[in-house]
Design a protein around this ligand. Structure first.
Ligand code: ATP
Ligand code: MG
Length: 410
């Protein structure tokens, strides 16, 4: 019998593989995302705008054609009899008619982390949709921070992490102490009122730098390296949404330490549920570890503006069943999740949806689409749940600002 030859792959081979695979990725991406700019915001018909504002469509047309207000007229494209509005124009209407309380003067925006250490649970999709939805449904100004070296959020925002983003435009220079604040890293995106601090592979450096610096200088607060930068930016935004990688690394822990709220999307299956319980244990152990091994455990007051670890609180922690399949099993495990997370488990669950496959191929989300691709019912069902998640987060912002407000769907 012929023995099959065993091939050994050396480092040179790995190098070649890395070059050939990124060349293919570049070619695919250029084809998919041409022309520049890579992403364009959708335009909204008067019917769509009417739904968004909960106004009659005729009222929109009246407002748009009236000379006595400063609202945008929109445009009636050739071959259409409906008025269309750009995203900027749409947001002008949203700003004017949105009844939700605004952020009071003197209050900062809230910092929200999407995190769990299991991969593929819908963290990035939720982060991006929540940010887009907050601008559209709550008239908010939002900053997205990509804390994942994979840079998926950066891609959804229209940038290719390995081509468009150099290391100097990520959080890393701030983390290394080479920049006084995070403002250098903020980029405008194709979506109005939605800015981005992008990521690329250089973020892996945080896991070497932070422990190494701490081992040399025991007074260095490796868990609070992002804190002042984030608090400073929070003055300019209603919300900062941080998309974390599927791991509890040093950078993620920094984001959790600075966060006011946590969104944890978990698919109701036993593996993801188990992983989510481990996540909480690990977060707790990390906080405990800091308290045990530093002066923070004792009575010594903090000398800087960084809050003491023992005083850390969160405004909200929301566990969101995500990618929920229409199977009995999901219901059973959602029951376990309710027992495990109690009040933190939201009643909103995001379905696993073929609608997502239809648009995520072009790096789109449900808010990039104003019409269904594929089944209208599947699109509607998914979008309605995502709207509810956005409203849930908006409500947390409103509450954190000490305002009184009831959401229709809460
Ligand atoms: N509700 C959904 N239905 C179907 N597919 C989904 C849904 N949500 C996300 N996806 C798809 O699943 C994949 C993973 O989603 P996403 O990137 O949001 O997860 P993640 O938790 O951020 O992953 P990672 O852990 O790698 O960061 C993507 O291809 C996305 O389009
Ligand atoms: Mg992700």
């Amino acid at each position: 019998m012929n023995k099959q030859a065993i091939t050994n792959y050396d480092l040179k081979h790995i190098g070649e593989l890395s070059v050939s695979s990124s060349q293919v990725l570049d070619a695919v991406r250029t084809k998919l995302l041409e022309p520049e700019p890579r992403k364009l915001a959708p335009s909204f018909s008067s019917a769509h705008l009417a739904t968004l504002l909960d106004l009659d469509r005729r009222r929109i047309n009246q407002l748009a054609s009236s000379e006595s207000n400063d609202l945008p007229e929109g445009e009636i494209p050739d071959g259409s009899n409906a008025r269309h509005f750009t995203l900027a124009e749409t947001l002008a209407y949203v700003q004017k008619f949105n009844p939700r309380p605004k952020r009071p003067a003197g209050q900062r925006g809230r910092i929200i982390c999407t995190t769990v250490f299991k991969g593929g649970t819908g963290k990035t999709t939720s982060s991006f949709c929540i940010a887009q939805g907050l601008t559209l449904r709550g008239a908010r100004k939002v900053l997205l921070l990509d804390a994942d070296p994979q840079g998926t959020l950066t891609q959804l925002a229209g940038f290719a992490p390995d081509v468009d983003i150099d290391d100097e435009s990520t959080v890393m220079p701030y983390l290394y102490g080479d920049q006084p604040d995070l403002r250098y890293a903020v980029k405008k995106t194709y979506w109005e009122n939605l800015d981005l601090i992008p990521a690329n592979i250089s973020l892996y450096g945080a896991d070497f730098y932070l422990p190494a610096r701490y081992s040399k200088d025991r007074s260095y607060k490796f868990w609070a390296a992002m804190h002042s930068g984030l608090m400073d930016l929070a003055q300019d935004y209603d919300a900062i949404i941080i998309d974390c990688p599927p791991s509890l690394n040093y950078l993620t822990f920094n984001m959790i330490f600075s966060a006011d709220g946590i969104i944890m999307p978990i698919p109701p299956n036993s593996v993801d549920f188990a992983s989510s319980t481990q996540f909480w244990r690990l977060v707790y152990q990390m906080f405990e570890g800091i308290l045990g091994s530093t002066a923070e455990g004792g009575e010594k007051p903090s000398l800087d503006d960084i809050p003491a670890v023992r005083d850390k609180t969160f405004d909200f922690i929301s566990v969101v069943p995500s990618r929920v399949k229409a199977k009995e099993m999901s219901t059973l495990i959602t029951g376990w999740m309710a027992k495990a997370f109690g009040e933190h488990l939201t009643t909103i669950s995001i379905p696993e949806s073929a609608a997502v496959d239809n648009f995520s191929f072009g790096l789109m989300t449900v808010y990039d689409q104003t019409k269904a691709i594929g089944s209208n019912a599947a699109f509607r069902k998914y979008k309605d749940r995502m709207d509810e998640l956005v409203d849930h987060v908006d409500l947390q912002l409103i509450r954190a600002w000490g305002q009184d407000w009831e959401m229709d769907n809460e």
